[in-house]
Write a protein that binds this ligand. Structure first.
Ligand SMILES: N[C@@H](Cc1c[nH]cn1)C(=O)NCC(=O)O
Length: 460
């Protein structure tokens, strides 16, 4: 082996390590936050027994948690754009250590700890968005979202499994304190991985960071692309959250399963989401052409409509085969995973300096719609409806998401963040993996867009 070859491969190793550490930096904060955030719900069975809480109190506390998470999203978006993800995470993860500690003190203080955890954990996803925008080229954003999704799922699954098992040998308060101690360590590791300098050229800010917040909100939301992405997240968040919550109940009612059997069988749904992150998301990133990406996304969304519709039929016609329900829930999760974790989330990154706030807006719309879906389900049941009607609503939402995506696919100007798919000639991207060359091409595209659209690329 010549000296040059040895020198080249020696040179590749640190570059590979650097690339891996960038992915760790993006996904580890959300993984850590999901781990700590899932702790209160893992402790719920023990707390309910100790304080004799009734189900409606628990439902109210959980709903309040979702609302607090929404408030945290807005605050997180503003603070991350202003001070950066690193500084934000440094403070918010420290506050989560305190939140977990206070949660472990018991009684009313547990509620204070819960509020702190919900508010601070809201920034994990937004920090990931900010870090992606600053440290990855747009071509890699879909990979990153897949990695972040895997991290998020792994964090909450690990928490439920590990902390839930610890309940057999430890009191829930000691577990809460231990989670706080784990967070000290995780905070240190996260901050160690997050790069200090941005690694991609600065995307031109939409220039609104210093303007009044209502003007920023209008600027970010009132454009055709964002409005269509709002329609998409209304559909996919409701399906992703609604089906996950309802799957054990539907299985229990349709097949007369015991609570334990129903929860075990319903684990096929998170498994489907995970499979989607491992298969559909990498395939989406691998596809180079805009039309191929949309073809995959639309195919999966058609599959979501078909699975939701068949589930409705299965419930209304009284199917009794567990395997049929398992396959349908798996397909529904598999088909919704790409849209829930990847595709709409790439658009807010195009706002450059305002990207965390724009991501927060998208997330709040998605979370609110899944909250509304849960409310609508309870109204359906109170007015004499059944699972069949809830699943019909779910089918309608899947169709709504499919229509909005079809409109986006028809107008390339509505998806400026995918411009690299069409505008970068294959020879250029094939010839070199040199990030500098990519940056030059990308800057040229940005200038091209500016030239076409006037100063504001989103046409507002
Ligand atoms: N708040 C959400 C953000 C999001 C967007 N798309 C998917 N998730 C979040 O962080 N969720 C974590 C999760 O695993 O669902």
């Amino acid at each position: 082996m010549s000296f040059e070859v040895v020198a080249k491969s020696a040179d590749k190793a640190p570059r590979r390590a650097c690339r891996i550490s960038r992915y760790v930096a993006v996904c580890l904060p959300l993984l850590s936050e999901q781990f700590v955030l899932a702790m209160p719900s893992s402790m719920l069975t023990a707390i309910r027994l100790e304080w004799a809480l009734d189900d409606s109190t628990i439902t109210y506390v959980l709903a309040a948690g979702t609302a607090l998470n929404g408030v945290g999203k807005f605050a997180g978006g503003v603070l991350i754009d202003r001070y950066g993800a690193r500084r934000f995470l440094s403070v918010s993860m420290f506050l989560m250590v305190i939140g977990a500690g206070i949660f472990g003190t018991g009684l009313t203080m547990a509620l204070v700890g819960y509020v702190i955890l919900q508010l601070c954990a809201a920034g994990g996803w937004l920090s990931a968005c900010k870090l992606m925008e600053q440290h990855f080229e747009p071509e890699l954003w879909s990979w990153c979202f897949a990695v972040v999704g895997v991290g998020s799922r792994a964090g909450s699954a690990l928490s439920k499994l590990a902390l839930g098992s610890l309940l057999k040998v430890m009191h829930w308060q000691s577990i809460a304190w231990s989670t706080g101690v784990a967070m000290v360590l995780l905070r240190y590791i996260c901050l160690w991985f997050i790069p200090l300098e941005r690694m991609t050229p600065q995307r031109p800010s939409q220039g609104y960071t210093t303007r009044p917040w209502c003007e920023r909100v209008l600027h970010i939301t009132c454009n055709p692309s964002m409005l269509l992405y709002f329609c998409i997240v209304i559909g996919c968040y409701s399906i992703a959250h609604g089906a996950e919550n309802d799957a054990p109940l539907i299985l229990q009612d349709a097949l007369r399963l015991s609570p334990a059997d129903a929860s075990i069988s319903a684990s096929v749904y998170p498994a489907g989401l995970f499979t989607s992150l491992l298969l559909a998301a990498p395939l989406y990133s691998f596809l180079r052409r805009r039309c191929a990406k949309f073809a995959l996304e639309l195919t999966l969304q058609i599959l979501a409509v078909v699975s939701a519709f068949t589930l409705t039929k299965a419930v209304s016609s009284g199917w009794s085969e567990l395997i049929a329900f398992e396959v349908l829930f798996f397909l529904l999760a598999l088909s919704v995973g790409l849209t829930y974790y990847v595709t709409p989330n790439m658009f807010p990154l195009f706002y450059g300096d305002d990207c965390a706030f724009a991501s927060a807006m998208l997330d709040v719309v998605g979370l609110s719609s899944s909250f509304m879906f849960q409310m609508a389900s309870s109204v359906i049941f109170r007015s004499g409806g059944s699972w069949e009607h809830v699943l019909m609503l779910l089918t309608g939402l899947a169709t709504f998401q499919l229509l909005a995506t079809s409109v986006l696919s028809l107008f390339p100007r509505l998806t400026p963040h995918l411009a690299f798919c069409e505008a970068v000639p294959d020879e250029v991207t094939n010839a070199s993996s040199d990030p500098d060359l990519h940056n030059i091409v990308e800057t040229a595209q940005i200038i091209g867009h500016k030239h076409e659209d006037g100063e504001d690329r989103l046409g507002v």
